[in-house]
Design a protein around this ligand. Structure first.
Ligand code: PGA
Length: 253
């Protein structure tokens, strides 16, 4: 049985004190919701403070990126070893990193390897751009991204995939539940082909892209979708709590 997950990707938002306030605002209510794994991914500089704040609760912590080397002269970068001391999850290959920081499939692959080696659980993001979607190339693109990100990696164990169509991120134009379910089904079949049927059945695949309290239920009613990676709506305590609550009600066990 796959455990549901709702992860909040705060992106480059919140100062340390704002991050602390946001977690304080929702900590107790979030902690009380069962049947869903709840993850917050604040900016690097807030990880230590949030780790202390959620100690003893059921809330988990993730980072938004990492560098693939363990240490050394890489000014400004953050290594897997540094993160492993602070958090459990790390988002890798987000489309904003691919778009604004030129992350290629090769780099994403190195990052996935480095995260796994350090004992971090990657939340690997894949998704097609609008033009690719309109040309009917979604399946091809997502398959390619998935295969290159995982090339040469033996069964990656407890990692998570987030399907995030680029045209749905931060645009307010979410995919439909049916669209997301279809592509996520395809991703699951890819994982089965790569790592066996059981791996395909076990892997958790989230939908991401303009998920809000108003549309979350549509996604959670789909059979292939195991939760959501939430951007903008994760910065509002009420909204994020509502998404987690709805998920628990619809799919929690
Ligand atoms: P959004 O972002 O919910 O603001 O669209 C999702 C994401 O980029 O992970």
């Amino acid at each position: 049985m796959r455990v549901l997950m709702i992860a909040g990707n705060w992106k480059m938002n919140t100062t340390v004190s704002e991050a602390v306030s946001l977690v304080n605002e929702m900590r107790q209510a979030l902690d009380e919701i069962t049947g869903v794994e709840k993850v917050v991914c604040p900016p690097f500089i807030s990880l230590a403070a949030i780790r202390d704040l959620i100690k003893g609760t059921s809330i988990k912590l993730g980072a938004q990126n990492l560098y693939f080397e363990e240490k050394g002269a890489y000014t400004g970068e953050v290594s897997p070893l540094m993160l492993a001391e602070l958090c459990e999850f790390v988002i890798i290959g987000h489309s904003e990193r691919r778009q604004y920081f030129s992350e290629t499939g090769k780099v994403v692959n190195k990052k996935v390897r480095a995260a796994l080696k350090a004992g971090l659980k990657p939340i690997l993001c894949v998704g097609e751009k609008l033009e690719e979607n309109e040309l009917g190339r979604t399946i091809e693109l997502v398959t390619e991204q998935l295969r290159s990100s995982l090339a040469g990696i033996d069964y990656p164990g407890s990692f998570i995939i987030a399907y995030e169509p680029v045209w749905a991120i931060g645009t307010g134009k979410a995919a439909t539940g049916k669209q997301a379910n279809e592509t996520i089904g395809l991703i699951r079949r890819n994982i089965s082909e790569l790592y066996g049927k059981e791996a395909g059945e076990d892997i958790r695949i989230l939908y991401g892209g303009s998920v809000t309290a108003a549309n979350a239920a549509e996604f959670m009613h789909q059979s292939e979708i195991d939760g959501a990676l939430v951007g903008g709506a994760s910065l509002k305590a009420d909204e994020f709590l509502s998404i987690v609550r709805q998920t628990a009600e619809i799919k929690g066990h």
